[in-house]
Design a protein around this ligand. Sequence first.
Ligand code: SF4
Ligand code: MG
Length: 296
Amino acid sequence: MITLKDLEITYDSPNWCPGCGDFGIWVSLKKAIVELELNPSKVVLVSGIGCSGKLPYWVKTYGFNGLHGRPIPVSEGIRLANHELTVIVIGGDGDQYAEGCNHLIHAMRRNVNITLLVHNNQIYGLTTGQYSPTTDIGEKNKATPIPTVESPLNPLSLAISSGATFVARGFAGDTTLETKLLKEAIKHKGFAIIDSLQPCVTFNQKNTYSWFYERIVNVNEEGHDPRDKMKAFALAEQWPLKKSLQDGDKERIPVGILYKENRSTWEEEIPQISKLPLVKQPLKEVDINPLIDELI
Ligand code: SF4
Ligand code: MG
């Protein structure tokens, strides 16, 4: 059995801004690993660039911090080599929904068996507040003084329509919910995405903890059945808003598990690895000279 102490690193500690939502997600991830009794030497955290990208430094598992938007191809490579490892991708809204969006769509349609945890702070925090694909229309801040005119991307609608088999939204201000979602996502067989609302207390002065507390609604507590794809899609479409609210209407941000289905995974469908991870297969000497002769 492992404890939170087993996941602590001793040589460094997080340098996120005090109050950053990344802390809540970091704590929740460690609690999920402990409560699932995962062996830290069988867990790989893969991240890209951004404030969230530093998270693997501060959890004592294996980790890989790669290029902006590219943690998904790295995690696919890890799963191809050894699909006995638990692979958790840590990304930001810029990293996953802008730079890495193409990789994201194809990993979802393939149903790669990984968990994607997106720290969605609706901004590029590390580079001081440029607007990102999930920034609310009309927002302006230090690095984007002219209000954005672009409609925000809807990550959960994209995930459901692209073939993700576990689609959820969490909130950094609710570590009980976040831990529960992470445990379910990690246990899920197939591509699991958790879009986690993550207040950036330094550069996003609109989407604050109190702003979210006033709007979030746990759809599972309301009785939503995650097997109902059409209902899941309707819930996903409730936020971000595409038009202004009518007088008296209240903005609702659905959190919880919106969609879940069972479908065979990418790793199960690839005949070369479906029976045994590549790293466990015997090495065979193969003479490639005839093939090269054929090509030249
Ligand atoms: Fe967190 Fe924003 Fe600070 Fe980055 S800039 S550490 S996202 S509060
Ligand atoms: Mg961001």
